[in-house]
Each structure stands twice: as structure tokens, then as C-alpha cells.
Design a protein around this ligand. Structure first.
Ligand SMILES: [Zn+2]
Length: 424
């Protein structure tokens, strides 16, 4: 076993070198790989090798011939097909072996969760079947490894090689388009908008010249790019304000983000009830400014948005009114505790009723133009102790600070990533 481990480590190093090459090749104008920061995945570092390690042992031993002579067939499952049939036809297995295999697989994975449109991969070497694999999720795979007439069924974590990447960009039109130009994936743009959703109103306060900086994971599987992983750290310069977010992984595996003071970026109140990540394509600096009028004119914020745009409650609370209210049209008011309430008017659709408990970010209704309104918009009010206050400028309670036990982890992440996030 010890021998196998050392072989395995060498194999990982080989892949790592390949990844350095990959990341160097992908250098872009605004994107570069920071000092070749490389990590193997968390599982590889923290988990001891399991006793039933036969698959990996065999894989490494056979690697030479495997690479030279193997061919992989990625078979897309069609509707109405059975595993039994696929194994016989695509894998060339006998009826008896296929039947036994289906039974063995069903002991580790519920077969009716295998969906048409998904892929089953068959690897052959010199016409002999070597393995069958199926991705249960982006984190877990089902694997059948053949050795002569024997096979082993394993359900295991997918091992990714993880590379850290850095991207910076400038907002020219929409955050979405600017993010794409800087080389971010859709998913990472959404992560960025989500992590700063409590600090920045992306639907109305984004400015040309705003800047974003991100350090995030890129995952590779067998040397091929397999999507972005977690956002590790980010900085956003918005209209003269600077925001930082650093990921800290908690003991239960959850990921939370904190600023440099150790305050959670996640707060009790979202910046706005219109979630940028739900409506990203519609919002651009080229559009007419989405805030109509000023707070002074009627003590509320009006967001221009198309009818049907989802409206989210900005904080947990209880619905105290949901119904028709004269000039307000369809109107929802929610109390959040601490003397703060918010209200949403002119809705085309209401998803909640009086007395409902709501969670921050829950879609409570849709933008409309009911009541006294000249066009589709959301009229958004905030009350503090019964008085109307400015929703975007009122100080609201912050979230939990980083736990003491994780303060040093946060500090390490700040030391590691701050120099990247702040370089010019
Ligand atoms: Zn209004």
C-alpha cells in the first residue's frame, strides 16, 4: 500500500506540471495566474487513502498501456433505455454480467436517478472493457472497474485538480458583459454579484469605471477544464466605495464571506429587492437610469423594471399586508423586527399573503404598474419605527462576525489574497 501511495503522488505531480502549462497558456490581458498558485483538491490532502483502494492501484499500474491503447466512448443515454440494455450493447457485456452489474450498482446508487441525456463513459483497452463511469453530480461519480472477469463498483468523490486564477476588470456597460470580457464564466459573475449583494446595488448604483478583482478556483479533471469552483476572494470598487470579501470555510463545510474587519458580507438586509443575478441581462449602464425621481419627491425609491421582474424581500420577516391599497395598487408590507419594515407597491403579481413568514431573498411578487402608476416599476419603501426612511442609505444590522476560531484563517486569506486584489 505504501508503494502505491508514492506512485500515486508522482502521478499527481505530473498532472500539476501539466496544469501550470495550461494556466500559462491561458494568460489574458486582464487575467493571469498568480505566481503559479496550485493546490491539489481538498480530498487528496485531508482524507487518508481508503482501504478499498484497488481501483486507483490498478489505474496507476496500467497507466502506460492504458494511455496508449485505451479509447473512451461517451454514450448519451436516450429516454426509455435501460442500463441492462446499454451495458450489453455499448459495453459488450453478456446478459448475465450486465444483470449482476445492475444489481451491484443499485446497492450503492439508486438507478432510477440515472437520467436520459446524461453520459455513461466506457473505457476500452484493446477491445477489452476497462471501466464504466457515470457522474452522479459534479462532486460524485459511480465507477465500475474491470479486471479480467471481475469488476469492482465504487461510488466516490470526483477528484479535481484545482488551480487558483485571478481576474480583474472594469465595468464599461453591464456587469455581466464586462465580466465576460474579462474572462469570467457566467457562474463567477453571479458569484461576484451575490457576494456583494448586501453592499452594492448592482441594479442602480453601478457606474462606468467601477472595478472588480477576483481570485477563484478553476477545476480540471484528467487535464481538462471542468468549470470554475469557489470564489476565494474578491474586491469591488463601486462609485468611490471599496468592498472586500474573503471566503472562510466553516467546520460544517459551509462557505461564508467576510470583509477585512471580520464582518460577514451577508447581512440582515439586502441592498435592493431587485436581484441582479435574476435579471442580469436586462440591466446595463446604457439603459435609462433605473431609479426614477428622487427619494425627496415621495420618500421611496422607484426602480424601473419590466413587468414580471421578480421582487425579493430584502430581509426575513412577517407579511403584515398583502392586497390592494388604493394608489399603491397591489401592495406588500413586511415587518422585519428591530422596528424596520419594508413595502413594495404597484405589483403585477403577489406570491404571499398576510401572516406569511418570509426569508431574505424569497420572491414575494413581480413588478407591475397597478394603482396610480405611469409605467412598470417597483415602488420600494423602508420604515424605521414607523417613519419612512431612505432604503439605500439607512444603516441596517450587520451579520454575524467571523467566529473567533476562524479569525486566523480569515487573516491568512487576507494576507494571501489582498496583494493580488489590490495590485494595479
Ligand atoms: Zn414611487
Amino acid at each position: 500500500m505504501e508503494y502505491m501511495k508514492s506512485i500515486r503522488k508522482r502521478n499527481i505531480q505530473y498532472r500539476t506540471i501539466a496544469l501550470i502549462v495550461v494556466s500559462l497558456v491561458s494568460l489574458g490581458l486582464l487575467s493571469f495566474s498568480p505566481y503559479g498558485l496550485l493546490q491539489t483538491s481538498a480530498q487528496e490532502e485531508s482524507e487518508p487513502l481508503p482501504d478499498s483502494f484497488s481501483y486507483h492501484d490498478v489505474e496507476i499500474i496500467n497507466e502506460e498501456s492504458y494511455l496508449q491503447n485505451s479509447n473512451t466512448i461517451d454514450y448519451t443515454i436516450e429516454s426509455g433505455e435501460t442500463l441492462l440494455g446499454i451495458f450489453q450493447r455499448e459495453g459488450g457485456l453478456s446478459y448475465g454480467t450486465s444483470l449482476a452489474l445492475v444489481q451491484d450498482i443499485s446497492e450503492v446508487f439508486s438507478i432510477n436517478r440515472i437520467r436520459a441525456g446524461n453520459t455513461i463513459s466506457f473505457v476500452f483497452s484493446n477491445e477489452n472493457i476497462m471501466s464504466i463511469s457515470y457522474d452522479i453530480s459534479s462532486n460524485e461519480e459511480l465507477l465500475v472497474y474491470f479486471e479480467g472477469d471481475d469488476y469492482t463498483v465504487v461510488r466516490q468523490s470526483i477528484e479535481y485538480e484545482v488551480v487558483e486564477d485571478f481576474v480583474a476588470g472594469i465595468v464599461e456597460d453591464s456587469l455581466y458583459q464586462s465580466g465576460l470580457r474579462a474572462g469570467l464564466t457566467d457562474r463567477m459573475i453571479m458569484e461576484l454579484a451575490t457576494v456583494f449583494a448586501w453592499d452594492v446595488d448592482f441594479t442602480s448604483s453601478l457606474r462606468e469605471g467601477d472595478q472588480f478583482f477576483l481570485v477563484f478556483e478553476k477545476r480540471y479533471r484528467n487535464g481538462e477544464f471542468a468549470g470554475t469552483g469557489n470564489l476565494l476572494a474578491a474586491r469591488f470598487l463601486n462609485n468611490g466605495n471599496e468592498f472586500f470579501a474573503y471566503q472562510v470555510v466553516h467546520d460544517d463545510g459551509s462557505h461564508k464571506y467576510y470583509n477585512e474587519n471580520g464582518d460577514a458580507t451577508e447581512k440582515m438586509f439586502l441592498k435592493t429587492p431587485l436581484n441582479y443575478t435574476r435579471i442580469s441581462s436586462g440591466f446595463s449602464l446604457n439603459r435609462k437610469h433605473p431609479i426614477l425621481g428622487t427619494f425627496q419627491t415621495h420618500r421611496a425609491i422607484d426602480f424601473a423594471a419590466p413587468t414580471g421582474t421578480p421582487i425579493e424581500t430584502v430581509a426575513d420577516g412577517t407579511v403584515v399586508f398583502a392586497g390592494w391599497q388604493g394608489a399603491y395598487g397591489n401592495f406588500i408590507k413586511i415587518e422585519h423586527g428591530g422596528g424596520i419594515a419594508t413595502a413594495y407597491a404597484h405589483l403585477s403579481k403577489m406570491n404571499v399573503k398576510k401572516g406569511d413568514r418570509v426569508r431574505q431573498g424569497q420572491v414575494i411578487g413581480e413588478v407591475g404598474t397597478t394603482g396610480r402608476s405611469t409605467g412598470p416599476h417597483l415602488h420600494y419603501e423602508m420604515y424605521k419605527n414607523g417613519e419612512l426612511v431612505h432604503p439605500l442609505e439607512t444603516k441596517t444590522p450587520s451579520g454575524d462576525p467571523v467566529p473567533d476560531s476562524l479569525r486566523s484563517t480569515l487573516q491568512q486569506n487576507i494576507s494571501l489574497y489582498r496583494p493580488l486584489l489590490t495590485r494595479n
